[in-house]
Design a protein around this ligand. Structure first.
Ligand SMILES: Nc1ncnc2c1ncn2[C@@H]1O[C@H](COP(=O)(O)OP(=O)(O)OP(=O)(O)O)[C@@H](O)[C@H]1O
Ligand SMILES: [Mg+2]
Length: 298
């Protein structure tokens, strides 16, 4: 796999504050990589360093296997802070300004406006745009130079549910066009919905890296019910495949041991003469996984 970004033992101190501590990670081509972590965990600082707007304390990073420099920077489209658009200019005029700064031909503008679904609003003034449209225009600006990789810091911050859905859909679409995307987010469900891989930062440290699918399939959660709740409870306590369970009013949530599935559970219960009236498999919520990772790491 081609490496897009490799970070090795990165540190950043702001006085006594250790914003990033010994952070290493690799982002491979074609992935949507989520930098996930609570507020203040060092996500923006990390992105700032690799985009060359924050000075590192020590450590190294490389883009496309090369030392960072202006050549690699050209292949990166980034939105760290919202770019400054002129409120009284239209979207198209604003993108012309950006295109001139980036030395990109104007004929890219039409393409990126279509990508972000703003083509029919291209003549409207920026100041008349909704927050979600403004954010999509920022993404359009970052895409102007047809970068290999797009870097986004909290791309859905402040947007309403429709705006959030639009931006997420856009990220998935851009990824589908073959670009690698690196995004920082404190929202678990965002990472779960759009990312293929993720790292969890906690107090500046990388405490977990993996694929989203793997993290989700790690432990299966099964929702069951049976008329005889007491017998169900006894058997769940006995069952070696069950990690733990919680009984609610009607349903019981069972967390399986690693690599054990609803099928194993059902087979066990049937072999002990208990027939379920309800059985649904749920993918484990990343949130649980995330909280577990954070609690184990601190
Ligand atoms: N310019 C700065 N000067 C001093 N401290 C800073 C500076 N920038 C960040 N920090 C500190 O570094 C730590 C990491 O901040 P950072 O903004 O990278 O976190 P984050 O994960 O992006 O948080 P959020 O989810 O709130 O955006 C925090 O403790 C923050 O206060
Ligand atoms: Mg941040």
């Amino acid at each position: 796999m081609e490496k897009i970004l490799e970070i090795n033992n990165l540190h950043k101190n702001y006085g006594k504050i250790k914003a990033v501590q010994d952070l290493s990670l690799t982002v491979e081509a074609g992935t949507v990589f989520g930098l996930l972590g609570p507020n203040g965990s060092g996500k923006t600082t990390t992105l700032g360093i690799v985009l060359d707007v924050v000075r590192k304390t020590k450590g190294t990073y490389s883009w496309f296997g090369e030392d960072p420099g202006s050549e690699s920077r050209k292949k990166i489209g980034a939105i760290l802070e919202g770019p400054a658009f002129y409120p009284y200019l239209s979207a198209e005029e604003n993108l012309k300004v950006t295109a001139r700064i980036k030395c990109v031909p104007y004929d890219r503008i039409e393409k990126v406006l279509k990508t972000v679904n703003l083509h029919d609003r291209k003549d409207d003034k920026f100041q008349s745009y909704s927050l979600g449209m403004k954010q999509r225009l920022s993404i359009a600006a970052a895409l102007l130079s047809d970068p290999y990789v797009l870097v986004l810091d909290e791309p859905t911050n402040g947007l309403d549910p429709q705006g959030i859905a639009d931006v997420r859909e856009l990220i998935v679409k851009i990824s589908g066009e073959g670009k690698t995307i690196i995004l920082a987010s404190h929202l678990l469900d965002e990472v779960q919905k759009v990312c293929t891989h993720f790292a969890v930062l906690n107090k500046g440290k990388n405490v977990y890296t993996g694929s989203v699918d793997e993290a989700l399939s790690n432990k299966e959660i099964v929702e069951v019910s049976a008329p005889d709740r007491e017998r169900l409870s006894d058997l769940l306590k006995e069952c070696p495949y069950v990690s733990d369970f919680t009984m609610h009013n009607k349903k019981t949530m069972v967390r399986m041991e690693q690599h054990k599935t609803a099928h194993d559970l059902n087979a066990f219960l049937v072999s002990h003469n208990l027939v379920l009236s309800h059985l649904v498999t749920e993918k484990k919520n990343l949130e649980e996984q995330f909280l577990e990772i954070l609690s184990q790491s601190s």
